[in-house]
Design a protein around this ligand. Sequence first.
Ligand SMILES: N[C@@H](Cc1ccccc1)C(=O)O
Length: 490
Amino acid sequence: MAEDAILGFLEKQEEISDSGKFAEEHGFDHNEIVNIIKSLNGFRLVDAQDIKREKWVLTDEGKLYADKGSPEVQLFLAIPPEGISREDLQKKVDSSIFKIACNQAMKNKWIEMGKQVSRKVQNVDDRVKNLLIQVQDGEIIGQEDVEALKKRKLIAPQTWKGYSLRKGPNYAPKRKKAATDFTKENLQRGDWKDWELKEYNFEAKGQLAEGGHLHPLLKAFLHVRNRLQLIFLHMGFEEMPTNNFVESSFWNFDALFQPQQHPARDSHDTFFLKVPSTTKELPENYVERVKHVHERGGYGSRGYVYEWKREEANKNLLRTHTTAVSSRMLYQLAQKPFTPKKYFSIDRVFRNEAVDRTHLAEFHQIEGLVCDKGLTLGDLIGVLYDFFSRLGMTKLKFKPAYNPYTEPSMEIFSYHEGLKKWVEIGNSGMFRPEMLLPMGLPEDAKVIAWGLSLERPTMILYGIDNIRDLFGHKVDLGLIKKNPICRIGI
Ligand SMILES: N[C@@H](Cc1ccccc1)C(=O)O
Protein backbone atom coordinates (compact mmCIF):
# COMPACT_ATOMS: atom_id res chain seq x y z
CA MET A 1 0.00 0.00 0.00
CA ALA A 2 1.31 3.41 -1.00
CA GLU A 3 0.66 4.97 2.40
CA ASP A 4 2.67 2.33 4.24
CA ALA A 5 5.43 2.66 1.65
CA ILE A 6 5.68 6.43 2.23
CA LEU A 7 5.64 6.21 6.02
CA GLY A 8 8.01 3.23 5.95
CA PHE A 9 10.43 5.06 3.68
CA LEU A 10 10.50 8.08 6.00
CA GLU A 11 11.25 5.84 8.96
CA LYS A 12 14.62 5.04 7.39
CA GLN A 13 15.33 8.05 5.22
CA GLU A 14 15.06 11.67 6.14
CA GLU A 15 13.31 12.80 3.01
CA ILE A 16 11.40 11.85 -0.09
CA SER A 17 12.72 14.55 -2.37
CA ASP A 18 10.31 14.06 -5.25
CA SER A 19 6.96 12.29 -5.05
CA GLY A 20 7.00 11.75 -8.84
CA LYS A 21 10.23 9.81 -8.75
CA PHE A 22 9.13 7.97 -5.62
CA ALA A 23 5.93 6.86 -7.37
CA GLU A 24 7.86 5.73 -10.41
CA GLU A 25 10.46 3.81 -8.44
CA HIS A 26 7.89 2.05 -6.25
CA GLY A 27 5.42 1.38 -9.05
CA PHE A 28 2.59 3.63 -7.83
CA ASP A 29 0.32 5.93 -9.74
CA HIS A 30 1.35 9.51 -8.91
CA ASN A 31 -2.23 10.81 -8.71
CA GLU A 32 -3.00 8.23 -6.06
CA ILE A 33 0.16 9.17 -4.13
CA VAL A 34 -0.84 12.85 -4.22
CA ASN A 35 -4.12 12.16 -2.46
CA ILE A 36 -2.41 10.11 0.21
CA ILE A 37 0.20 12.84 0.74
CA LYS A 38 -2.54 15.46 1.13
CA SER A 39 -4.25 13.36 3.75
CA LEU A 40 -1.00 12.53 5.61
CA ASN A 41 -0.05 16.20 5.50
CA GLY A 42 -3.49 17.19 6.80
CA PHE A 43 -3.03 15.00 9.85
CA ARG A 44 0.55 16.28 10.15
CA LEU A 45 2.04 12.80 9.83
CA VAL A 46 4.27 14.22 7.15
CA ASP A 47 5.39 17.67 6.23
CA ALA A 48 4.87 18.16 2.50
CA GLN A 49 6.35 20.96 0.38
CA ASP A 50 5.12 21.72 -3.13
CA ILE A 51 7.47 21.16 -6.02
CA LYS A 52 6.82 22.12 -9.58
CA ARG A 53 8.48 21.09 -12.79
CA GLU A 54 7.93 22.35 -16.29
CA LYS A 55 7.84 19.56 -18.77
CA TRP A 56 7.01 19.25 -22.45
CA VAL A 57 4.14 17.15 -23.69
CA LEU A 58 2.93 16.40 -27.21
CA THR A 59 -0.05 18.27 -28.63
CA ASP A 60 -2.66 16.24 -30.51
CA GLU A 61 -0.89 17.11 -33.77
CA GLY A 62 2.44 16.10 -32.23
CA LYS A 63 0.99 12.75 -31.15
CA LEU A 64 -0.25 12.13 -34.67
CA TYR A 65 3.21 12.72 -36.21
CA ALA A 66 4.94 10.68 -33.49
CA ASP A 67 2.76 7.85 -34.67
CA LYS A 68 2.55 8.33 -38.47
CA GLY A 69 5.72 10.27 -39.20
CA SER A 70 6.17 13.96 -39.91
CA PRO A 71 4.20 15.44 -42.85
CA GLU A 72 7.37 16.26 -44.76
CA VAL A 73 8.58 12.64 -44.59
CA GLN A 74 5.12 11.33 -45.48
CA LEU A 75 5.27 13.59 -48.54
CA PHE A 76 8.83 12.63 -49.44
CA LEU A 77 7.98 8.94 -49.33
CA ALA A 78 5.04 9.52 -51.63
CA ILE A 79 7.33 10.85 -54.39
CA PRO A 80 8.69 8.05 -56.59
CA PRO A 81 12.40 8.32 -57.62
CA GLU A 82 11.36 9.32 -61.18
CA GLY A 83 9.16 12.20 -59.91
CA ILE A 84 5.42 12.78 -60.03
CA SER A 85 2.97 15.43 -61.18
CA ARG A 86 1.79 17.80 -58.51
CA GLU A 87 -1.81 16.69 -59.06
CA ASP A 88 -1.03 13.01 -58.60
CA LEU A 89 1.05 13.74 -55.52
CA GLN A 90 -1.80 15.69 -54.00
CA LYS A 91 -4.00 12.62 -54.38
CA LYS A 92 -1.49 10.44 -52.53
CA VAL A 93 -1.01 12.70 -49.49
CA ASP A 94 -3.55 13.54 -46.82
CA SER A 95 -4.97 16.95 -47.79
CA SER A 96 -4.78 18.26 -44.22
CA ILE A 97 -0.98 18.00 -44.19
CA PHE A 98 -0.15 18.69 -47.86
CA LYS A 99 0.66 22.38 -47.52
CA ILE A 100 2.77 22.11 -44.38
CA ALA A 101 4.50 19.03 -45.80
CA CYS A 102 5.51 20.93 -48.99
CA ASN A 103 6.76 23.93 -46.99
CA GLN A 104 8.88 21.83 -44.67
CA ALA A 105 10.26 19.57 -47.41
CA MET A 106 11.21 22.63 -49.49
CA LYS A 107 12.81 24.27 -46.46
CA ASN A 108 14.84 21.11 -45.89
CA LYS A 109 15.79 21.18 -49.59
CA TRP A 110 14.49 17.62 -49.99
CA ILE A 111 12.32 18.24 -53.02
CA GLU A 112 11.95 20.41 -56.07
CA MET A 113 8.54 21.69 -57.05
CA GLY A 114 7.34 22.86 -60.40
CA LYS A 115 4.53 21.27 -62.40
CA GLN A 116 6.50 18.12 -61.68
CA VAL A 117 7.68 17.25 -58.17
CA SER A 118 10.93 15.36 -57.73
CA ARG A 119 13.29 14.27 -54.97
CA LYS A 120 16.53 16.25 -54.51
CA VAL A 121 18.04 13.77 -52.07
CA GLN A 122 17.85 10.00 -52.01
CA ASN A 123 17.04 9.33 -48.36
CA VAL A 124 15.66 11.36 -45.49
CA ASP A 125 15.66 10.89 -41.79
CA ASP A 126 12.44 11.56 -39.80
CA ARG A 127 14.12 13.69 -37.14
CA VAL A 128 10.89 15.35 -36.15
CA LYS A 129 9.22 12.02 -35.46
CA ASN A 130 12.22 10.83 -33.45
CA LEU A 131 12.30 14.01 -31.39
CA LEU A 132 8.58 13.73 -30.70
CA ILE A 133 9.00 10.15 -29.50
CA GLN A 134 11.82 11.27 -27.22
CA VAL A 135 9.62 13.98 -25.70
CA GLN A 136 6.83 11.46 -25.31
CA ASP A 137 9.16 9.19 -23.38
CA GLY A 138 10.17 12.02 -21.05
CA GLU A 139 13.69 12.32 -22.45
CA ILE A 140 15.46 15.66 -22.52
CA ILE A 141 16.05 17.15 -25.99
CA GLY A 142 18.15 20.15 -27.06
CA GLN A 143 16.90 23.69 -26.62
CA GLU A 144 16.94 24.43 -30.37
CA ASP A 145 14.79 21.40 -31.11
CA VAL A 146 12.41 22.36 -28.30
CA GLU A 147 12.00 25.81 -29.87
CA ALA A 148 11.41 24.35 -33.34
CA LEU A 149 8.79 21.85 -32.16
CA LYS A 150 7.13 24.51 -30.01
CA LYS A 151 6.93 26.86 -32.99
CA ARG A 152 5.24 24.15 -35.03
CA LYS A 153 2.81 23.63 -32.09
CA LEU A 154 3.77 19.98 -31.84
CA ILE A 155 4.72 20.25 -28.15
CA ALA A 156 3.40 22.39 -25.30
CA PRO A 157 4.64 23.10 -21.78
CA GLN A 158 2.91 21.45 -18.87
CA THR A 159 3.49 22.15 -15.23
CA TRP A 160 3.94 19.03 -13.23
CA LYS A 161 3.14 19.28 -9.53
CA GLY A 162 4.41 17.02 -6.83
CA TYR A 163 5.76 17.11 -3.31
CA SER A 164 8.88 16.67 -1.27
CA LEU A 165 8.22 15.03 2.09
CA ARG A 166 9.69 14.85 5.57
CA LYS A 167 8.35 13.51 8.85
CA GLY A 168 5.63 15.68 10.35
CA PRO A 169 5.02 16.40 14.07
CA ASN A 170 2.52 13.51 14.31
CA TYR A 171 4.70 11.09 12.36
CA ALA A 172 4.20 7.38 13.03
CA PRO A 173 5.42 4.49 10.85
CA LYS A 174 1.81 3.38 10.54
CA ARG A 175 -1.29 5.54 10.66
CA LYS A 176 -4.01 4.62 13.04
CA LYS A 177 -7.28 4.98 11.25
CA ALA A 178 -9.15 7.72 13.06
CA ALA A 179 -12.57 6.52 14.15
CA THR A 180 -15.66 8.28 12.89
CA ASP A 181 -18.40 6.06 14.33
CA PHE A 182 -19.20 5.22 17.89
CA THR A 183 -21.59 2.40 18.76
CA LYS A 184 -23.21 1.20 21.96
CA GLU A 185 -21.02 -1.93 21.74
CA ASN A 186 -17.86 0.20 21.52
CA LEU A 187 -18.93 1.99 24.68
CA GLN A 188 -19.69 -1.27 26.49
CA ARG A 189 -16.41 -2.89 25.47
CA GLY A 190 -14.44 0.26 26.17
CA ASP A 191 -12.31 -0.34 23.05
CA TRP A 192 -12.76 3.33 22.12
CA LYS A 193 -10.23 4.19 24.84
CA ASP A 194 -7.38 3.29 22.46
CA TRP A 195 -8.94 5.04 19.54
CA GLU A 196 -7.89 8.12 17.79
CA LEU A 197 -11.02 10.06 16.97
CA LYS A 198 -11.37 11.86 13.72
CA GLU A 199 -11.61 15.57 14.25
CA TYR A 200 -14.88 17.18 13.37
CA ASN A 201 -14.64 18.98 10.05
CA PHE A 202 -16.75 22.09 10.30
CA GLU A 203 -15.74 23.12 6.78
CA ALA A 204 -17.15 19.99 5.17
CA LYS A 205 -19.95 20.66 2.76
CA GLY A 206 -22.97 18.49 3.38
CA GLN A 207 -24.41 16.27 0.73
CA LEU A 208 -26.52 18.15 -1.79
CA ALA A 209 -30.15 17.75 -0.94
CA GLU A 210 -32.07 16.08 -3.76
CA GLY A 211 -35.78 16.53 -4.16
CA GLY A 212 -37.93 18.44 -1.76
CA HIS A 213 -38.18 21.32 -4.19
CA LEU A 214 -41.10 23.63 -3.96
CA HIS A 215 -43.51 23.42 -6.84
CA PRO A 216 -43.55 26.63 -8.91
CA LEU A 217 -47.23 27.13 -8.24
CA LEU A 218 -46.65 26.54 -4.57
CA LYS A 219 -43.89 29.15 -4.60
CA ALA A 220 -46.18 31.52 -6.40
CA PHE A 221 -49.03 30.50 -4.17
CA LEU A 222 -47.03 31.05 -0.97
CA HIS A 223 -45.64 34.31 -2.27
CA VAL A 224 -48.96 35.70 -3.45
CA ARG A 225 -50.73 34.34 -0.39
CA ASN A 226 -48.27 35.97 1.98
CA ARG A 227 -48.55 39.26 0.17
CA LEU A 228 -52.35 39.06 0.19
CA GLN A 229 -52.44 38.12 3.85
CA LEU A 230 -50.32 41.19 4.60
CA ILE A 231 -52.54 43.41 2.47
CA PHE A 232 -55.66 42.20 4.26
CA LEU A 233 -53.99 42.55 7.67
CA HIS A 234 -52.84 46.09 6.84
CA MET A 235 -56.42 46.89 5.87
CA GLY A 236 -57.58 45.63 9.28
CA PHE A 237 -59.11 42.29 8.17
CA GLU A 238 -59.15 39.13 10.31
CA GLU A 239 -58.53 35.71 8.76
CA MET A 240 -61.42 33.24 8.79
CA PRO A 241 -60.82 29.58 9.70
CA THR A 242 -60.99 27.71 6.38
CA ASN A 243 -59.64 24.35 7.49
CA ASN A 244 -62.71 22.34 6.45
CA PHE A 245 -62.84 21.27 2.82
CA VAL A 246 -65.96 19.23 3.51
CA GLU A 247 -69.03 21.38 3.99
CA SER A 248 -72.76 20.79 4.07
CA SER A 249 -74.93 21.98 1.21
CA PHE A 250 -76.68 24.11 3.82
CA TRP A 251 -73.73 26.43 4.49
CA ASN A 252 -72.39 26.23 0.95
CA PHE A 253 -75.72 26.99 -0.79
CA ASP A 254 -78.91 27.28 1.30
CA ALA A 255 -77.61 29.81 3.80
CA LEU A 256 -76.50 31.84 0.77
CA PHE A 257 -80.05 31.92 -0.58
CA GLN A 258 -79.11 29.65 -3.44
CA PRO A 259 -82.28 27.70 -4.43
CA GLN A 260 -82.12 23.90 -4.32
CA GLN A 261 -82.78 23.52 -8.04
CA HIS A 262 -79.91 25.83 -8.93
CA PRO A 263 -77.69 24.18 -11.59
CA ALA A 264 -74.55 24.71 -9.46
CA ARG A 265 -76.02 22.21 -6.99
CA ASP A 266 -76.02 19.48 -9.61
CA SER A 267 -73.44 16.71 -9.28
CA HIS A 268 -72.09 17.85 -12.65
CA ASP A 269 -70.88 21.00 -10.96
CA THR A 270 -70.30 19.92 -7.38
CA PHE A 271 -68.50 16.98 -5.76
CA PHE A 272 -70.85 15.37 -3.25
CA LEU A 273 -69.51 13.06 -0.54
CA LYS A 274 -70.46 9.38 -0.38
CA VAL A 275 -69.14 8.88 3.13
CA PRO A 276 -70.24 10.63 5.28
CA SER A 277 -72.96 11.67 2.91
CA THR A 278 -74.87 13.96 5.25
CA THR A 279 -74.13 16.52 7.91
CA LYS A 280 -74.85 15.72 11.55
CA GLU A 281 -76.00 19.01 12.89
CA LEU A 282 -77.28 22.36 11.80
CA PRO A 283 -78.69 25.21 13.93
CA GLU A 284 -82.37 24.21 13.81
CA ASN A 285 -84.01 27.58 14.38
CA TYR A 286 -81.89 29.15 11.72
CA VAL A 287 -82.59 26.25 9.33
CA GLU A 288 -86.31 26.97 9.79
CA ARG A 289 -85.81 30.62 8.88
CA VAL A 290 -83.75 29.71 5.82
CA LYS A 291 -86.43 27.23 4.70
CA HIS A 292 -89.04 29.93 5.13
CA VAL A 293 -87.17 32.56 3.17
CA HIS A 294 -86.54 30.10 0.31
CA GLU A 295 -90.17 28.96 0.20
CA ARG A 296 -92.09 32.06 0.98
CA GLY A 297 -89.66 34.92 1.32
CA GLY A 298 -90.01 37.57 4.01
CA TYR A 299 -88.07 40.72 4.84
CA GLY A 300 -89.67 42.27 1.78
CA SER A 301 -88.82 39.30 -0.49
CA ARG A 302 -91.20 36.89 -2.24
CA GLY A 303 -88.80 33.99 -1.92
CA TYR A 304 -88.41 31.34 -4.62
CA VAL A 305 -91.80 29.71 -4.02
CA TYR A 306 -90.83 26.01 -4.04
CA GLU A 307 -90.77 23.16 -1.53
CA TRP A 308 -87.46 23.37 0.33
CA LYS A 309 -86.10 19.95 1.29
CA ARG A 310 -84.03 19.34 4.39
CA GLU A 311 -82.34 16.26 2.80
CA GLU A 312 -80.95 18.45 0.06
CA ALA A 313 -79.44 20.84 2.65
CA ASN A 314 -77.94 17.96 4.64
CA LYS A 315 -75.85 16.64 1.72
CA ASN A 316 -72.13 16.88 2.28
CA LEU A 317 -69.91 18.25 -0.46
CA LEU A 318 -66.46 19.63 -1.11
CA ARG A 319 -67.00 23.34 -0.70
CA THR A 320 -67.38 25.08 -4.05
CA HIS A 321 -66.43 28.52 -2.74
CA THR A 322 -65.01 30.05 0.44
CA THR A 323 -68.22 32.06 0.70
CA ALA A 324 -69.45 28.95 2.57
CA VAL A 325 -67.04 29.95 5.35
CA SER A 326 -68.25 33.55 5.16
CA SER A 327 -71.83 32.40 5.71
CA ARG A 328 -70.81 30.42 8.84
CA MET A 329 -68.84 33.38 10.17
CA LEU A 330 -71.66 35.88 9.56
CA TYR A 331 -74.14 33.56 11.27
CA GLN A 332 -71.83 33.35 14.31
CA LEU A 333 -71.45 37.12 14.29
CA ALA A 334 -75.22 37.51 14.29
CA GLN A 335 -75.52 35.45 17.49
CA LYS A 336 -73.74 38.17 19.49
CA PRO A 337 -74.44 41.86 20.02
CA PHE A 338 -73.57 43.57 16.75
CA THR A 339 -69.97 44.54 16.08
CA PRO A 340 -68.62 45.57 12.69
CA LYS A 341 -66.14 43.08 11.20
CA LYS A 342 -63.70 42.74 8.35
CA TYR A 343 -62.93 39.15 7.40
CA PHE A 344 -60.80 37.46 4.77
CA SER A 345 -59.74 33.98 3.70
CA ILE A 346 -57.44 32.37 1.15
CA ASP A 347 -57.95 28.64 0.65
CA ARG A 348 -58.88 25.75 -1.55
CA VAL A 349 -62.22 25.11 -3.23
CA PHE A 350 -63.50 22.34 -5.53
CA ARG A 351 -65.68 22.26 -8.61
CA ASN A 352 -66.70 19.28 -10.71
CA GLU A 353 -65.76 20.95 -13.97
CA ALA A 354 -64.27 19.75 -17.22
CA VAL A 355 -60.54 20.26 -16.84
CA ASP A 356 -58.97 22.40 -19.55
CA ARG A 357 -56.04 24.78 -20.09
CA THR A 358 -57.31 27.29 -17.55
CA HIS A 359 -59.58 25.24 -15.29
CA LEU A 360 -58.89 22.55 -12.75
CA ALA A 361 -61.29 20.74 -10.47
CA GLU A 362 -59.67 22.37 -7.47
CA PHE A 363 -58.28 25.85 -7.06
CA HIS A 364 -57.81 28.55 -4.46
CA GLN A 365 -60.08 31.43 -3.65
CA ILE A 366 -59.35 34.73 -2.05
CA GLU A 367 -62.32 36.24 -0.29
CA GLY A 368 -62.86 39.46 1.61
CA LEU A 369 -65.92 40.88 3.35
CA VAL A 370 -66.84 43.89 5.43
CA CYS A 371 -69.87 43.86 7.70
CA ASP A 372 -71.10 47.16 9.09
CA LYS A 373 -74.16 49.29 9.39
CA GLY A 374 -75.05 51.56 6.48
CA LEU A 375 -72.54 50.24 3.93
CA THR A 376 -73.31 51.10 0.30
CA LEU A 377 -72.18 50.04 -3.18
CA GLY A 378 -69.87 53.07 -3.05
CA ASP A 379 -68.12 51.52 -0.04
CA LEU A 380 -67.67 48.28 -1.98
CA ILE A 381 -66.16 50.09 -4.97
CA GLY A 382 -63.90 52.08 -2.64
CA VAL A 383 -62.67 48.97 -0.83
CA LEU A 384 -62.05 47.20 -4.16
CA TYR A 385 -59.95 50.13 -5.41
CA ASP A 386 -58.00 50.14 -2.14
CA PHE A 387 -57.48 46.37 -2.20
CA PHE A 388 -56.52 45.95 -5.87
CA SER A 389 -54.28 49.02 -5.97
CA ARG A 390 -52.21 47.35 -3.23
CA LEU A 391 -51.74 44.51 -5.74
CA GLY A 392 -50.57 47.00 -8.36
CA MET A 393 -53.90 46.98 -10.20
CA THR A 394 -55.07 50.57 -10.29
CA LYS A 395 -57.29 50.61 -13.40
CA LEU A 396 -60.56 48.85 -12.59
CA LYS A 397 -63.89 48.45 -14.35
CA PHE A 398 -67.06 46.91 -13.00
CA LYS A 399 -69.75 45.06 -14.88
CA PRO A 400 -73.19 44.17 -13.47
CA ALA A 401 -73.44 40.43 -12.78
CA TYR A 402 -75.63 37.92 -11.00
CA ASN A 403 -75.03 35.87 -7.86
CA PRO A 404 -77.91 34.31 -5.93
CA TYR A 405 -76.56 35.80 -2.69
CA THR A 406 -75.59 39.31 -3.73
CA GLU A 407 -77.55 42.26 -5.07
CA PRO A 408 -76.15 44.26 -6.69
CA SER A 409 -73.34 42.07 -8.01
CA MET A 410 -70.34 43.19 -10.04
CA GLU A 411 -67.65 41.43 -12.00
CA ILE A 412 -64.30 43.14 -11.56
CA PHE A 413 -61.98 43.79 -14.50
CA SER A 414 -58.46 45.16 -14.37
CA TYR A 415 -56.44 46.63 -17.23
CA HIS A 416 -53.36 44.46 -17.75
CA GLU A 417 -50.50 46.63 -18.97
CA GLY A 418 -48.55 43.61 -20.25
CA LEU A 419 -51.42 42.00 -22.16
CA LYS A 420 -52.81 45.42 -23.13
CA LYS A 421 -56.36 44.37 -22.40
CA TRP A 422 -58.98 44.21 -19.68
CA VAL A 423 -58.96 40.91 -17.80
CA GLU A 424 -61.61 39.61 -15.44
CA ILE A 425 -60.11 39.33 -11.98
CA GLY A 426 -62.99 38.74 -9.61
CA ASN A 427 -66.59 38.89 -8.55
CA SER A 428 -68.24 40.97 -5.86
CA GLY A 429 -71.45 42.23 -4.41
CA MET A 430 -73.58 43.19 -1.43
CA PHE A 431 -75.06 40.22 0.40
CA ARG A 432 -78.84 40.05 0.08
CA PRO A 433 -81.17 40.75 3.03
CA GLU A 434 -82.64 37.26 2.32
CA MET A 435 -79.26 35.91 3.39
CA LEU A 436 -78.36 38.26 6.26
CA LEU A 437 -81.65 38.81 8.06
CA PRO A 438 -82.52 35.12 8.74
CA MET A 439 -79.09 34.90 10.41
CA GLY A 440 -80.22 37.48 12.91
CA LEU A 441 -78.12 40.45 11.84
CA PRO A 442 -79.75 43.86 12.48
CA GLU A 443 -81.75 45.26 9.60
CA ASP A 444 -79.35 48.10 8.85
CA ALA A 445 -76.27 45.81 8.85
CA LYS A 446 -74.86 45.45 5.35
CA VAL A 447 -72.12 43.18 4.04
CA ILE A 448 -69.95 43.98 1.05
CA ALA A 449 -67.84 41.13 -0.29
CA TRP A 450 -65.64 40.02 -3.12
CA GLY A 451 -63.87 36.90 -4.28
CA LEU A 452 -61.20 35.94 -6.80
CA SER A 453 -59.15 32.91 -7.70
CA LEU A 454 -55.49 32.77 -6.80
CA GLU A 455 -54.56 30.80 -9.93
CA ARG A 456 -55.72 33.39 -12.41
CA PRO A 457 -53.44 36.27 -11.36
CA THR A 458 -50.65 33.75 -10.78
CA MET A 459 -50.96 32.44 -14.36
CA ILE A 460 -51.03 35.95 -15.78
CA LEU A 461 -48.05 37.04 -13.68
CA TYR A 462 -46.02 33.91 -14.43
CA GLY A 463 -46.95 33.76 -18.11
CA ILE A 464 -48.35 30.25 -17.76
CA ASP A 465 -50.88 29.31 -20.41
CA ASN A 466 -51.73 25.78 -19.35
CA ILE A 467 -52.56 25.25 -15.71
CA ARG A 468 -52.06 21.49 -16.09
CA ASP A 469 -48.32 22.14 -16.53
CA LEU A 470 -48.34 23.31 -12.95
CA PHE A 471 -50.92 21.37 -11.09
CA GLY A 472 -52.22 17.83 -11.07
CA HIS A 473 -50.98 14.46 -12.27
CA LYS A 474 -49.49 15.67 -15.57
CA VAL A 475 -46.89 17.91 -13.96
CA ASP A 476 -43.37 17.38 -15.26
CA LEU A 477 -41.34 16.73 -12.13
CA GLY A 478 -38.20 18.00 -13.88
CA LEU A 479 -39.84 21.41 -14.02
CA ILE A 480 -39.92 21.50 -10.24
CA LYS A 481 -36.14 21.16 -10.08
CA LYS A 482 -35.27 23.35 -13.06
CA ASN A 483 -37.73 26.18 -12.53
CA PRO A 484 -35.86 29.41 -11.82
CA ILE A 485 -36.67 31.49 -8.81
CA CYS A 486 -39.13 34.14 -9.81
CA ARG A 487 -40.61 37.02 -7.97
CA ILE A 488 -43.91 38.61 -8.60
CA GLY A 489 -43.93 42.36 -8.76
CA ILE A 490 -46.70 42.97 -6.32
N1 LIG B 1 -68.33 33.18 -4.22
C1 LIG B 1 -68.12 33.87 -5.45
C2 LIG B 1 -67.25 35.08 -5.29
C3 LIG B 1 -67.94 36.13 -4.48
C4 LIG B 1 -67.64 36.29 -3.17
C5 LIG B 1 -68.27 37.24 -2.42
C6 LIG B 1 -69.22 38.05 -3.02
C7 LIG B 1 -69.56 37.88 -4.34
C8 LIG B 1 -68.92 36.91 -5.07
C9 LIG B 1 -67.46 32.92 -6.47
O1 LIG B 1 -67.23 31.78 -6.14
O2 LIG B 1 -67.15 33.29 -7.58
